[in-house]
Design a protein around this ligand. Sequence first.
Ligand code: SF4
Length: 56
Amino acid sequence: MIKVDQEKCIGCGLCAGICPKTFQMNADGKSEPISQETSGCAQNAAASCPVKAISL
Ligand code: SF4
């Protein structure tokens, strides 16, 4: 299950840039998952998050 820790997320937008089909920035300026597809770019996005807010 893909989750973004809303407390940790600093809203840098990196994950949504790397994997826009899985992550979208919400009205609070934080990332939220819009799909549960854990293969491919979601892995890259999680690994690239500077604050490790994404869990797969
Ligand atoms: S890469 Fe991490 S800190 Fe940046 S928007 Fe995504 S979840 Fe938030």
